[in-house]
Design a protein around this ligand. Structure first.
Ligand code: BDP
Length: 693
């Protein structure tokens, strides 16, 4: 098993119950569309995998037994089966699964074919796991309308921050050759409710908007459509100059506006359901409205106007910061966007990363959440592990996503969680979205580490239901992907749930951040300093010196804290009440400062690093105990990656403690292993497998 089948393994169920068997054996599906054909195929595939051939029904069996599973849109069902009131509550792609007592049938119904597809996937997942349909039925509607993956894929098939091979989009062969993998990709996404894909890197190439590339994009859109997936593109702001031959890209210039309107018309001629644009402007060298002294709203609104007649949207990124702005990077996006609240057109949604810096192993939530009540805001999570050990380090990210979504912004008093900003309920917005930066590549198992499939899965599940728990997702994913054996699922679920905190411990404990190696961000680099941009160095963020460590973001420092609600300012502004996990994000403290456990800050930093190392080593041992419970191929693959992770956790601990000890001048507390080399050695390590090194 090379993992290609992801969580859609459909492996044989050991002792199928009567209901599992009957549902798979005998079903009736109403309707006729490409989506309905996909549903039919999925059921056949699931039945042939989950039920052994000896138990497959013969034609005669089929003729003589009543249908036990009925899949039909609500309009095709008799009204008495399900009251209208229940179905009316479902949004278009929501679904219901319930047992009709009168006929004894399991019914999957929805308002649309896509809803039926989602319901079918859910039912099949339940069958594989062994869950039964609850008495009251299942009524599911997504909480977020646009659930999209952001591929940071370049047209030459390299992937920015991608660690599982090359881009799966083979632009050279498109549009004439349609790879089977495009169907498999769409199917996997549909099975977890993802309904949009941004094909290209946020550091955009305007070439993708030229006619020959639009043909290729159309070919992909045609594959994805029956799976309910819309295609989006990143729009390079300077495209009117680069491919339109205009002298300017000023958003207030009439020719520029007309150019984008024509471009939108052309795109929609190819792809009538094109989703819209994602834009990274005025950030890290990307062109944008700043070039013309215009605001982010001017830029976004111009594109929004072009897309509006066709129903498209603009996802305008808030990841805007500049080395020329003297202020703390943490504060810049908020400072730029907050005054624009209410100035964006109705089909613009502002895409905000989960934290104010950049996808760190842990960040406090972005202060923009809750701060712009008149503007729809969407969440951007990073599924690919740019800062969490790339492909080889196990970090189950659902706890990171969950933690951010559950944070209270206090905007409308207690209970104003980030999730409520995102799902539109806090400020009454209909336009809602979530983006996940994809970790998918050309590796056979899609994501490099087998367990990183779980992060793709978790992202989809949380985009659909942002209130779901990580524990539930981990259990479900393990059962679908490997086995329902309790002796495997129990301990490995625990390992997954603890893995992100373990990474925080051996990389950036107690609120430390951005101390990774320069540029590729793999491995430790607390010594990174100088160079092109201070805000890309480690010393900018940890501020370590003989007097202490940490970034003072309170009133005595940058006061980024004032961007949060007063309740948070009070709690986090005080070293006694701030959660220790955010301590050094907001405070600069002496090495001898005592933490809640009575030990010094230095001792605590060291203890966290050691804990991360101990856990990574323990995971290798734990994994060895489940040998034989799953196939050898995936077992061995994960085993070797866990060993790499354990070795590199030691590297992280030793490099960081050696570096910081030159300032703390304190010895390591009991139980923390001494580094085996000096600082020069750690500085000289160049991880061989990182591209460009
Ligand atoms: C950072 C990455 C960079 C991306 C940028 C972004 O280092 O490669 O282009 O974010 O999100 O995380 O635009």
């Amino acid at each position: 098993n090379d993992g290609y089948k992801l969580w859609l393994q459909y492996y044989p169920i050991e002792n199928p119950s009567a209901w599992q068997l009957s549902v798979l054996k005998n079903h009736k599906i109403h309707g006729d569309s490409e989506t309905i054909s996909i549903i039919k195929n999925e059921l056949e595939l699931a039945a042939s995998g989950m039920v052994s051939p000896s138990k497959h029904p013969t034609k005669k069996d089929k003729k003589n037994t009543p249908n036990t599973l009925l899949i039909a849109k609500h309009q095709d069902l008799g009204l008495e089966v399900l009251p209208n009131t229940l179905i009316n509550q479902l949004v278009d792609d929501g679904y219901a699964i319930f047992l009709d007592k009168k006929s004894g049938q399991i019914i999957v119904t929805a308002k649309s074919d896509i809803g039926l597809l989602y319901g079918t996937f859910r039912l099949l997942q339940m069958i594989q796991i062994g869950d039964s349909v609850p008495e009251e039925g299942i009524f599911q509607s997504p909480k977020i309308t646009h659930r999209v993956l952001n591929h940071w894929d370049n047209l030459d098939r390299t992937v920015e921050r991608g660690y599982s091979g090359f881009s799966i989009w083979n632009w050279h062969r498109l549009p004439r050759h349609i790879d089977q993998q495009y169907h498999d990709y769409a199917r996997a996404n549909a099975s977890i409710g993802i309904n949009g894909t941004v094909l290209t890197n946020v550091n955009a190439n305007s070439l993708v908007l030229t006619p020959s590339y639009l043909e290729k994009v159309k070919a992909l859109a045609d594959v994805f459509r029956p799976y309910g997936i819309k295609v989006y593109l990143t729009a390079r702001f300077s495209s009117p100059i680069e491919i339109g031959k205009l002298p300017t890209a000023d958003p207030l210039d009439e020719d520029v506006q007309a150019w984008w309107k024509e471009k939108a018309k052309e795109i929609y001629k190819h792809i009538p359901d094109f989703g819209g644009f994602v834009v990274k402007a005025d950030s890290e060298g990307q062109p944008g409205p700043h070039n013309y002294k215009r605001s982010q709203a001017d830029g976004a609104n111009m594109l929004a106007e072009a897309l509006e007649p066709f129903g498209g949207i603009v996802m305008w990124r808030a990841f805007v910061y500049s080395e020329h702005t003297p202020d703390d990077r943490h504060k810049q996006a908020y400072n730029e966007f907050k005054p624009l609240d209410g100035k964006f057109k109705g089909n613009v949604i502002v895409q905000v990363k989960n934290g104010a810096i950049d996808f760190q192993p842990r960040e406090p939530f972005h202060p923009m959440f809750g701060a712009m009540p008149q503007t729809p805001l969407m969440m951007e999570f990073q599924i690919t592990q740019e800062y969490l050990g790339h492909d080889t380090h196990l970090a189950f990210l659902a706890p990171l996503f969950e933690e951010v979504l559950k944070e209270d912004t206090f905007t409308n008093g207690a209970g104003s969680e980030v999730a409520k900003v995102i799902d539109g309920s806090l400020h009454n917005h209909k336009l809602t979205a979530m983006a996940g930066v994809a970790n998918i590549g050309s590796d056979r198992n899609w994501t490099g580490h087998h367990f990183h499939q779980a992060n793709w899965y978790a992202y989809g599940k949380m985009a659909w239901a942002p209130y779901i728990s990580s524990a539930e997702i981990a259990e479900e994913w393990l059962k679908l992907t490997f086995t329902t054996d309790k002796n495997f699922v129990g301990p490995i679920q625990k390992m997954m749930l603890a893995s992100r905190e373990m990474v925080v411990n051996y990389m950036t404990p107690l609120g430390l951040h951005h101390i990774m190696a320069e540029s590729h961000h793999y491995g430790p680099g607390p010594w990174v300093t100088g160079g092109r941009r201070a805000d890309w160095t480690a010393t900018y963020y940890h501020q370590a010196s003989e007097t202490g460590i940490g970034f003072d973001r309170t009133k005595t420092g940058s006061n980024a804290l004032e961007q949060y609600a007063e309740q948070i300012q009070k709690l986090w502004g005080d070293v006694e009440t701030i959660p220790e996990e955010h301590l050094l994000w907001f405070h600069h403290l002496p090495w001898s400062h005592k933490l809640q456990n009575g030990k010094s800050l230095w001792d605590n930093i060291a203890i966290h690093y050691q804990k991360g190392v101990d856990e990574a080593k323990a995971n290798v041992k734990l994994w060895e105990t489940v040998q034989g419970k799953i196939d050898h191929e995936r077992f061995a693959h994960v085993h070797s990656f866990l060993k790499i992770q354990a070795e590199e956790a030691v590297w992280w601990k030793d490099a960081c403690l050696t570096y910081f000890s030159q300032f703390s001048k304190m010895s390591l507390p009991d139980g923390v292993e001494e580094p085996t080399h000096d600082l020069e050695y750690y500085k000289s390590i160049r991880p061989r497998h990182v591209p460009g090194i």
